[in-house]
Design a protein around this ligand. Structure first.
Ligand SMILES: Nc1ncnc2c1ncn2[C@@H]1O[C@H](COP(=O)(O)OP(=O)(O)OP(=O)(O)O)[C@@H](O)[C@H]1O
Ligand SMILES: [Mg+2]
Length: 477
């Protein structure tokens, strides 16, 4: 029936030992349900319990069917199969096995099952539904039995699992080989961009102790724009107007923040204020930015290959970018020796350049820059380093992911020059936290600090005459 994709020499005799092995995954399936069940709700059970049992049964059937598929399908031949063909084959094998095992499923369950099997064979197995789920931002796998996702800023454990470590490894391998990379014991981690643009990182045993670790930052087709961010309460209209003036008048901006705090999103949104006539070059480890302008050249740095060759570092890209007549340079993240070239670019005619750094406050951001310069092996007195930083960077925008999962621009700070050995800064806007609601939501409001922008005259001269009122502090409600 499914001759085209059937393995050349099927061995029905192998079924007996396989049956024994089947015990293990069954236990897995139970473990997964056990974890998902809500803690201690002893009384009234019926509908939930029924649903749980149904899922448990489906999980077991899926495992059996999956094994049957792997036994029966010639995976190499599948590569050339059309989707329709493959769906037919899968549905044929699954109904055969279901009949054989005397299992009756309703239409909907059968469809779900066949879809899951299809995902398994063609796609990324258990990850496929999560990748398709628009509400999921991040997918984090800690070994085969634990998959977390981030939705609306909150991490949650899913009831999705891999069959075992081998299954997880197979999916990882599928992902990385599709983008021409390899991961194994001698090359145990990989950072890559998936075909759909998502960012992918994996680390496999023995470096990952309890099973492979995978993190996926999903690519969003529609990046959050300034208006979305204002609507979400990430910052205010006034701050947006200020940022527009800052970007349009070509201040050099650094977006600082912790992991997943919204740095790239902020950088992307800020870039929308750049005039369409300008030539912009972007440099990233993994191309995530989606600029709206027409004149954009995108670069992606490349790590060394397995033999340790072929690396094109962000610094290489940046050096080359400077020869490509850019008006502005945007570096996705500055984390190493490219800091030298970035600061130089900011100081020498590429005003309006932007980047992000990993830091928890504007002050901390400056220290990070100092450290990066020191690590790059540049022997310069600290005062000279600071003076370089203070004349290159005009603005530090702090992005934060707060404890309730919300992401906010917690501070906008201007660098105004040097006082002795110290870089002087002034905060112009900040998020003022007041407290927590009973359900742990942050209470607070954005406010100006009362200082007028150091750059207000520049803004005025460039035609961005912001009203003085935007610098007035907002009283707590
Ligand atoms: N203000 C916001 N409100 C809601 N979601 C947001 C907000 N800002 C960012 N996000 C979402 O949060 C996720 C992380 O954002 P982003 O990639 O910008 O963070 P990052 O700081 O660059 O992370 P990393 O440190 O991993 O590079 C994305 O899925 C993004 O869409
Ligand atoms: Mg980022």
């Amino acid at each position: 029936m499914f001759s085209k994709y059937k393995k050349p020499a099927p061995k029905p005799a192998a079924a007996a030992p396989e049956e024994k092995v089947a015990e293990l995954p069954k236990a897995d399936a139970k473990a997964k349900i056990a974890r998902k069940a809500p803690p201690a709700k002893p009384a009234t059970v019926t509908p939930m319990d029924k649903e749980r049992k149904r899922k448990e049964r489906l999980g077991e059937i899926k495992l059996e069917l999956h094994r049957a598929l792997l036994d029966n399908l010639n995976l190499a031949a599948l590569e050339h199969a059309s989707e329709q063909d493959l769906r037919q084959e899968i549905s044929a094998i699954s109904s055969e096995v279901l009949t054989e095992k005397n299992i009756i499923l309703n239409r909907e369950d059968r469809q779900t099952l066949n879809q899951e099997l299809f995902d398994e064979v063609t796609g990324l197995g258990p990850l496929e539904t999560l990748l398709k789920d628009e509400t999921v931002n991040d997918i984090l796998v800690n070994g085969p039995q634990q998959i977390f996702v981030e939705r609306a800023g909150k991490l949650e454990l899913t009831d999705i699992t891999f069959k075992d470590e081998r299954h997880l490894l197979r999916i990882i391998d599928k992902i990385v080989s599709a983008v021409g990379r390899r991961v194994d014991e001698s090359n145990p981690y990989v950072d890559a961009r998936l075909q759909d643009g998502s960012r992918f990182n994996a680390m496999v045993p023995p470096i990952a102790v309890d099973g492979s670790l995978v993190s996926i930052r999903k690519f969003k087709k529609d990046k959050l724009g300034i208006d979305d961010l204002v609507n979400f309460g990430a910052f205010t209209e006034e701050m947006a107007a200020y940022l527009q003036a800052a970007v349009a008048t070509r201040l050099n901006v650094i977006v600082s923040g912790g992991t997943g705090s919204g740095k790239t999103t902020t950088l992307n949104a800020l870039s929308s204020f750049i005039d369409n006539a300008e030539r912009i070059l972007t440099i990233e480890d993994t191309a995530e930015l989606q600029l709206q302008q027409t004149h954009v050249g995108r670069m992606e740095s490349r790590p060394p290959n397995v033999e340790g060759k072929g690396e094109v570092s962000p610094r290489d890209c940046l050096k080359n970018a400077l020869r490509m007549r850019p008006d502005r340079i945007i570096v996705g993240e500055t984390r190493g020796e490219e800091v030298i070239d970035m600061l130089q670019a900011m100081n020498t005619g590429h005003d309006g350049s932007m980047t992000t750094i990993h830091a928890n406050s504007a002050r901390d951001g400056v220290s990070r820059l100092e450290n990066m310069i020191a690590m790059a092996g540049i022997e310069m007195p600290i005062k000279a380093v600071r003076s370089q930083i203070s004349s290159a960077v005009n603005l530090i925008v702090q992005a934060s992911r707060l404890q309730d999962g919300s992401r906010r621009m917690t501070s906008i700070t201007e660098i105004t020059g040097m006082e002795g050995d110290v870089i002087s800064m002034q905060e112009v806007f900040r998020f003022q936290r007041v407290g927590l609601t009973p359900d742990n939501k942050i209470i607070g409001h954005f406010t100006a600090t009362g200082v007028r922008s150091h750059y207000s005259e520049r803004f005025r001269l460039w035609g961005y005459d912001l009203p003085a009122s935007i610098y007035e502090p907002v009283a707590a409600q």
